[in-house]
Write a protein that binds this ligand. Sequence first.
Ligand code: MN
Length: 228
Amino acid sequence: MSDFVIDCPPRVALPVVGTDAKFPVRRVYCIGRNYAAHAIEMGHDPNREPPFFFQKNADNLDPSGVFPYPPMSSDVHHEVELAVMLGAGGRNISTETALSKVYGYAIALDMTRRDLQGAQKKLGRPWEIGKAFESAAPVGPVHPATEVGHRQAGRITLHVNGTLRQDGNLAQMIWKLPEQIAYLSEYYELSAGDVILSGTPSGVAAVARGDSMVMAIEGLGSLEVAVE
Ligand code: MN
């Protein structure tokens, strides 16, 4: 007899470069407005205000290379981001020890139903309907930090159909990776399996069915995702 009254949903797990073993996902945290030029393009003050986070669902991470255009929106934007995969967690992690909690890094997209997010913002309502939907976070394979080091600087780009749309550098983050981990750990108990999407540089814009998005982060190669 089963321990469960219904079939268990599949465990979300991501491919890892160099091994057949996978990275199991627990939570997904996303930081907002973490590159000054993107804060300005969204109409906000780029000064160093306290960081803020929202969440996506673990099963929104999609390594398939296909982004199915979501329903109920006609303004779906790309946001290329460095994803940070934690191999350990804790509470009140110091900035000095934060990077020791990182298992690895991947290229990811924070796909956004911008029209729905904008309507929620105006009403002071939560953003989930704009941010946390099926396949809302296309993601590439995880690169272990033991192989690629810690990615705190390096070019991050996104092309759509061969045209450069986003072009930044990880060094432009307002809140650096150790600060993001330390800050989150004051509010939550972080754990192995947690994923942090670390914000997007400027140049966010809409995609359409049939588009090809190609993302690259220095040291992590590139990732192609087709909009279907
Ligand atoms: Mn984002």
